[in-house]
Write a protein that binds this ligand. Structure first.
Ligand code: SAH
Length: 214
């Protein structure tokens, strides 16, 4: 049974206020956070914590990202309706749902088979319809569906994968946390075939982007 009651809605409004206080201003991102039942994306034992601004464990030793982090990355992407967006690290599907709410055509890759399967059926069940979910290695991107208007990497990348920059459309934006222990949130904007603008933001902490699939 899928439940989203007034208590969840109330807590979600508090989460919206926290995310705003931390500096998120994009109206569409705020609306998505206010709308998506985050508690359903987590194990029921964490249900009471679902509207705290924190990361929590999901299956396969992975985490659902902190809502502020999801909002921050999404805001930097500047998603417009109809954009083709590639997400690396489907995980719980929460970020995928945010992108769907913004009207993006979402393509997402997950390297943990268990999560890939679970999240694929869950998203379908609650009515989110990404264009394509794939089980595979995000370092390689999705060459068959490239180019993408936006790319968001939701695991900590030790370096910037060349394949991903290559799959970005000219004018496109990629948001990627780069680093080992902690990660610097980095925005790349593709100016032309060979030119990228790079902007760095603050430090964040993600589970690592691992090579190959599991
Ligand atoms: N976007 C997710 C974040 C999950 S944490 C959410 O909103 O819940 C990061 C995810 O990236 C994990 O599920 C992890 O398994 C996945 N991941 C790590 N390395 C990967 C890779 N090389 N390719 C695809 N997914 C990867």
């Amino acid at each position: 049974m899928i439940k989203d009651n007034y208590r969840h809605k109330g807590k979600r409004q508090q989460l919206v206020n926290i995310v705003k206080k931390k500096g998120i201003t994009s109206q569409s991102v705020i609306e998505a956070i206010g709308k998506i039942p985050r508690h359903l994306f987590m194990d029921s034992s964490f249900e009471d914590h679902a509207y705290q601004d924190k990361a929590f464990p999901i299956a396969a030793d992975q985490t659902i990202s902190q809502p502020y982090t999801v909002a921050f990355q999404t805001e930097k992407l500047e998603v417009e309706k109809g954009d083709k967006v590639l997400e690396i690290g489907t995980g719980s599907g929460y970020q995928t749902a945010v992108l769907c709410e913004l009207g993006a055509k979402v393509y997402s890759i997950e390297r943990q088979r268990e999560l890939y399967k679970k999240t694929k059926s869950f998203l379908n069940k609650i009515g989110y319809r990404p264009k394509h979910l794939s089980f595979g290695d995000g370092y390689k991107g999705m060459p068959n569906y490239a180019p993408f208007d936006k790319i968001v990497v939701t695991a900590g990348a030790p370096y910037v994968p060349k394949a991903l920059l290559g799959q970005l459309a000219v004018g496109g934006r990629m948001v990627i946390p780069v680093g080992d222990e902690s990660q610097t949130m980095t925005l790349f904007i593709r100016k032309s075939l060979h030119e990228f603008d790079k902007t760095e933001f603050g430090e964040f902490r993600f589970v690592p982007l691992l090579e190959d699939k599991n």
